[in-house]
Design a binder for this molecule. Structure first.
Ligand SMILES: C[S@@+](CC[C@H](N)C(=O)[O-])C[C@H]1O[C@@H](n2cnc3c(N)ncnc32)[C@H](O)[C@@H]1O
Length: 244
């Protein structure tokens, strides 16, 4: 989570060498992995929205949203399919989904300020039929389940930077995903911190790679500075173990 797809640099997070076996080593913990950080970010963005009407940062840029929507259209995901945006932030992706005809949409975020900002943006857009909830994806309090599509744009990246036992949190993420996604459901993830092989390893339990979306590569001085992973996964078995 060092830069978005437009090349804007976010908070630079140095990563340790992760050569060798996937996810053997770990990221250097960062404030980007904490709720306090995101609360502060979205409180600030909420004030900016109230004062200037600016919706704030779109993680990985508009192109990432467009790629995901195109993917949903290409795979003929029905417009009434239930879609969950995990860690929706300012909820701008929810707005895009509605604009493209999707009608059964839920956005969750563990930051109350993010949900307030999303609600304000949706209200300004005149969109009322979207479920918004303050929810920690790692400790789901309500009966969120049966989603046909789950989308994660930068949230798994953020969770992976949590200073408090990120390895356990990633495992919990996979369990929560297993719980909310219906059998044969799709999971779309956009990440700038993980390689394809690493994501495959993390989601090997219960999910299989369905398609790798083509993403842009940004180089500087001959070195890759950003290579987004945008992958579609599908639950792998009808009888797969479903975490409780
Ligand atoms: C990098 S931002 C991406 C926001 C949004 N998906 C987007 O594309 O603009 C990460 C988001 O994940 C949320 N988040 C992080 N950990 C979470 C968790 N455990 N449960 C729910 N939301 C979480 C943060 O509050 C933040 O809104």
């Amino acid at each position: 989570m060092n830069a978005d797809a437009d090349g804007h640099s976010g908070a630079a997070v140095p990563v340790q060498s992760r050569e060798g076996s996937p996810v053997a080593a770990d990221f250097v913990p960062s404030a980007l992995g904490t709720r306090e950080h995101w609360d502060a970010v979205y409180e600030r963005e909420l004030r900016t929205f109230q004062e200037y009407g600016d919706t704030g940062e779109i993680w990985f840029g508009e192109e990432s949203m467009n790629r995901l929507i195109r993917w949903l259209q290409k795979h003929k995901i029905p417009s009434d399919a239930s879609v969950l945006d995990i860690g929706t932030g300012n909820g701008v992706f929810l707005v895009e989904l509605v604009k493209h005809g999707f009608s059964n949409i839920t956005g969750i975020d563990y930051s109350p300020s993010a949900i307030k900002l999303s609600a304000s943006i949706l209200e300004k857009e005149g969109l009322s039929n979207i479920n918004l909830k303050v929810e920690d994806f790692l400790s789901l309090s309500t009966k969120l389940s049966g989603f046909h599509v789950c989308v994660d744009k930068g949230t798994f990246d953020a969770i992976s930077l949590n200073p408090d036992n990120a390895v356990e949190k990633r495992k919990q993420y996979v369990k929560s995903l297993s719980r909310v996604l219906e059998v044969k459901g799709f999971f779309l993830i956009t990440s700038c911190n993980w390689t394809k092989a690493e994501l495959l390893d993390v989601f090997s339990e219960g999910f299989e790679l369905f398609e790798e979306l083509p993403t842009p590569k940004f180089s500087f001085g001959g070195m890759d500075v950003l290579h987004l992973q945008e992958n579609a996964y599908r639950t792998s078995r009808e009888d797969k173990h479903r975490a409780r």
